[in-house]
Write a protein that binds this ligand. Structure first.
Ligand code: UD1
Length: 434
């Protein structure tokens, strides 16, 4: 089984280029089948989640081609209306974003059948708001045996939808179902994440009429049809934040390139607050840290608040700071599973309800670790890079879901990390890096 082997203690130094946003890509790839024309999407991150979703889109009957590693052509015109629209469970259960095929298939054919979504185990993650939105547009939604969601409608008709919780997935899904519906749909209490705006911009570039994305009221006027387009995905805010915290935890100096500084404000301001030097340029940010940082308090919130997807990486960083920090997780209820692993490295963290109370320690000691999910996995890699001695991180399949060439990028910053398959390779790595 592949795992990372890491020798920590080296301050990471250099430049890293951020890939396209995974979470925007998942919405955009699914939305691409709404038109029968060819759509070309650039800056698609080459990660497991996008590869799996593209396989599922292909299994539906769409024509999917990689033009190069990061450019994908999708033609939804080859999906037959009477084709079996049941997405193959094997692919789809692996990723949570499979639920986007519900919105896009429902929007296109007024019929969708998709296996219930998988993804990271970070809490209950219900889809009631997605269902509420589809039903408001006139669809009948059933969960049938075998764990499938079936949504069908004679006609989708625009309506007013109020989201009881701010949800990224349901906001995107309802936008996709509504763009070809009759009349006007209003989504109130919509999520405002950068990838919501990116999916809306993409749909508009196909001829949709969506206004207000990025605010909490999104207005969609249904159009008759959508057309082919060429579109480039925004940079990945969470990958960027991961490297920014990595700079701080390893007391390094990293220029994080190809990002949108505005999207990073919550992370940048917390890193500045604890004492890191954060310098913003047009499309990059330099993060430097010299010595131990100060403590702080963080509460995860929907955008523009502090992202839940940066919570574990920030915890790994704060656990090395001076003093007591508190992180409150308000989005998902099961997102502290990395705490046990960090504790085995010497971290002092106590979880009480939805808060982690962190007492900073001077250093971590290398340990054999297991990644519990995607972002927690990234946090463990950060901790291992900051630790004294060797660590291993198992279950890297989670990390590969969302980070493109994670180990390669870290090596280019001077970090000692490699993917190994067995003990012999681990020994070779240890001999080589000393
Ligand atoms: C997306 C991101 C994920 C990120 C999360 C929050 C993708 C593929 N994933 O996940 O990386 O951590 O946003 O920024 O983009 N909820 C309900 N009912 C619903 C839907 C959600 O109660 O129908 C709740 C969830 O349990 C959670 C909160 O709403 O407590 C936010 O979830 P949501 O924004 O939908 O997260 P995802 O779209 O699953």
């Amino acid at each position: 089984m592949e795992k990372y082997v890491i020798k920590g203690g080296v301050p990471l130094d250099g430049e890293v280029t951020i890939a396209g946003a995974k979470n925007a890509a998942l919405g955009i790839l699914a939305a691409a089948i709404l038109t029968d024309d060819e759509v070309i999407i650039e800056n698609v991150p080459y990660v497991e989640d996008t590869k799996v979703l593209l396989r599922a889109i292909e299994a539906l009957g769409a024509t999917v081609k990689y033009i190069d590693l990061h450019t994908v052509s999708i033609c939804g015109g080859t999906i037959k209306k009477d084709a079996d629209l049941c997405v193959d469970d094997e692919y789809i259960r692996k990723i949570r974003a499979s639920y986007y095929l519900l919105g896009s298939m429902l929007g296109k054919f007024k019929y969708a059948q998709v296996a219930l979504p998988g993804g990271c185990d970070i809490g209950l993650r219900p889809i009631d708001q997605h269902i509420k939105g589809f039903e408001a547009l006139g669809a009948k939604v059933d969960i049938v045996s075998g764990g499938k969601v079936v949504a069908k409608a004679d006609n989708l008709i625009g309506n007013h939808v109020y989201m009881d919780v701010v949800t990224v997935g349901a906001t995107i899904n309802i936008m996709m179902a509504a763009v070809l519906a009759e009349g006007k749909t209003t989504i109130e209490n919509a999520a405002k994440e950068p990838h919501i705006v990116d999916v809306a911009n993409f749909l508009n570039s196909m001829g949709a009429n969506i206004k207000g994305a990025g605010t909490d009221v999104i207005r969609i006027r249904g159009v008759q049809r959508l057309y082919g387009t060429e579109y480039s995905i925004i940079p990945d805010q969470i990958e960027a934040g991961t490297f920014m915290t990595m700079a701080v935890a390893t007391k390094g100096n990293i220029l994080v390139k190809n990002l949108i500084p505005k999207h990073m404000e919550a992370v940048s301001s917390k890193l500045s607050e604890i004492g890191a030097t954060v310098i913003e340029y047009d499309d990059s940010i330099r993060v430097m840290a010299d010595g131990r940082m100060r403590s702080t308090q963080i509460k995860t919130l929907p955008y523009p608040g502090f992202p839940t997807d940066m919570q574990p990486q920030m915890a790994a960083t704060l656990a090395l700071s001076v003093g007591n920090s508190i992180i409150t997780e308000s989005i998902f209820e099961n997102r502290f599973k990395y705490v046990n692993e960090l504790s085995r490295m010497g971290a002092r963290i106590k979880v009480e309800g939805n808060s982690a109370i962190i007492t900073g320690v001077e250093k971590y000691t290398g340990a054999n670790l297991v990644a519990p999910d995607l972002r927690a996995g990234a946090a463990l890699v950060i901790a291992a890079l900051a630790a004294d001695g060797f660590s291993t991180v198992e279950d890297i399949k989670y990390i590969l879901r969302g980070y493109e060439d994670f180990d390669g990028k870290i090596r280019s910053l001077g970090g000692n990390i490699e993917i190994v398959d067995d003990d012999r390779e681990t020994q070779k790595f240890k001999l080589r890096v000393g």
